[in-house]
Design a protein. Structure first.
Length: 127
């Protein structure tokens, strides 16, 4: 059975991730529909820009980390790069056969589980 703290953290992680995802999707739509950017570039750029808000909110709200940013930020950046790779590769493959928003939804879903596990057990783990 999953303990209550882990359930609560996952709920906060999902809430923070939802906010960052809304930012990411807003930027994606802006880049594609207004700036006419290449969809794969737009997806990668939107993912990257939303990562800063994601880090700050997860550090302070989701995991209430007591670790120094010098410890957590490099780990977060590595996890964000893994997420960026998963997101971009998934999006690039899917957007050739799906509308870009449908492709992004699937790409986002693919990265969610791996990101939570890496955040919980590596970036913000309590020692």
């Amino acid at each position: 059975m999953i303990d209550r703290l882990l359930q609560w953290r996952f709920a906060r992680f999902a809430l923070v991730g939802g906010g960052a995802t809304l930012l990411q999707y807003g930027l994606l739509i802006l880049f594609i529909e207004v700036l006419y950017a290449n969809p794969v570039f737009a997806s990668a750029a939107a993912f990257s820009l939303s990562a800063g808000a994601n880090y700050w909110l997860n550090y302070h709200f989701t995991f209430t980390s007591q670790r120094q940013h010098a410890q957590t930020l490099p780990r977060f950046l590595l996890v964000a790069l893994v997420g960026l790779g998963l997101n971009t590769a998934s999006f690039a493959a899917l957007q050739t056969v799906l509308h870009y928003l449908a492709a992004q939804i699937i790409a986002t879903t693919i990265t969610l589980a791996s990101n939570f596990v890496l955040h919980q057990y590596w970036i913000y783990r309590r020692e």
